[in-house]
Design a protein around this ligand. Structure first.
Ligand SMILES: *[C@@H]1O[C@H](CO)[C@@H](O)[C@H](O)[C@H]1NC(C)=O
Ligand SMILES: *[C@@H]1O[C@H](CO)[C@@H](O)[C@H](O)[C@H]1NC(C)=O
Ligand SMILES: *[C@@H]1O[C@H](CO)[C@@H](O)[C@H](O)[C@H]1NC(C)=O
Length: 300
């Protein structure tokens, strides 16, 4: 009885799609089948592009004389765009894309704003972004990028990079010098190279929360920090020289300190800020009692 119901349901569906064998594809591909059937009718597949029913996760738009980026349907994983003359990407073209597994190749080099967040992109290779001299904003957050150890230095105009919520284990190798905002939170980064931020004197916002930073040193020198950021009690070296720090917040090191619970900080560099030795509260010695060197600068 059960089987009969199921069979008639399948027959009914296949009738709708006028394909007596559609049920053979099974429930899962049935969905794709109807998607691509719709695509073949021009519903989900942009004009000029080809969305083959046999490979519905691909969209072939190569060599189609396109001048604008086509709208990418949400199920498309593989997008072929080579040999076109695309000069514009409208805000909506990428707004439905959620399944892309790589940065579409041959994107127009004139792009200023590229938002590929919430897809399934695993890699960002130098070739993907090469020559995008005017790219200002790059959203790659909420993807599956494991490696960005490529140089982003060539992106001369980039001011905002959001690569948060990916699977990065390392910071991008070389950052572009005009970067103002860098978001790398919710990755698996476990190490900050010493010269990591020396590139970018214009950085105003860095977010690195929810990573795996267990490194014993943190170098945030040559920035515009106005306060000492809260750090783990296990941190041993903290470089904050040449910032605009105006107060010595002991709470950044210990939320409360007693003889058994103190900061492991050994070296703290604070020279080149807007504080002097008098700004260090006297009770600091309990929390920072392992600090053998607190450098506050010549004018202390
Ligand atoms: C995005 O998807 C919605 C719902 O399927 C559709 O109505 C809309 O036209 C799509 N937008 C683009 C730019 O394709
Ligand atoms: C970047 O913008 C400038 C000025 O609008 C333009 O001359 C140049 O061709 C653009 N670069 C690219 C790679 O499109
Ligand atoms: C030290 O205090 C912090 C809260 O400030 C607490 O989370 C941590 O577990 C304490 N560590 C020890 C060893 O007591």
């Amino acid at each position: 009885m059960h089987l009969v119901c199921l069979l008639s349901a399948l027959l009914c569906l296949s009738h709708v799609h006028r394909d007596p064998f559609a049920w053979l594809y099974g429930w899962h591909s049935q969905r794709y089948y109807s998607d691509s059937l719709q695509a073949a009718k021009g519903g989900e597949c942009p004009d000029k592009c080809d969305c083959p029913p046999s490979f519905p996760v691909a969209m072939y738009c190569d060599g189609c004389s396109l001048t604008a980026m086509p709208a990418i349907p949400s199920h498309v994983k593989y997008l072929y765009l080579q040999n076109n003359a695309i000069t514009s990407v409208s805000d909506s073209a990428l707004s439905n894309a959620t399944s892309l597994v790589y940065i579409p190749p041959n994107l127009p080099r004139s792009l200023r704003d590229l938002r590929l967040n919430h897809n399934k992109i695993e890699k960002a290779t130098p070739a993907d972004l090469e020559g995008m001299d005017n790219l200002t904003i790059l959203y790659l957050h909420d993807n599956a990028v494991t490696d960005m150890s490529i140089s982003l230095k060539a992106l001369k105009s980039l001011t905002l990079l959001d690569a948060s919520s990916n699977k990065l284990t390392k910071v991008p190798k070389e950052l572009p010098e005009h970067l103002h905002q860098l978001y790398l939170e919710s990755n698996s980064i476990d190490f900050l190279p010493e010269d990591f931020l020396h590139c970018c004197t214009l950085l105003q916002y860095i977010r690195m929360a929810h990573n795996q930073l267990t490194d014993k040193g943190l170098d945030l020198s040559y920035n515009k920090l106005e306060r000492i950021p809260p750090v783990s009690t296990t941190l041993e070296l903290l470089y904050l020289h040449t910032n605009q720090i105006k107060e010595f917040t002991l709470g950044s090191f210990c939320s409360f300190a007693d003889v058994t619970n103190f900061s492991k900080l050994r070296t703290l560099r604070l020279e080149g800020n807007e504080i002097s030795r008098q700004d260090i509260p006297s009770e600091s010695s309990l929390c920072l009692h392992q600090a053998s060197s607190i450098d506050i600068g010549m004018c202390a």
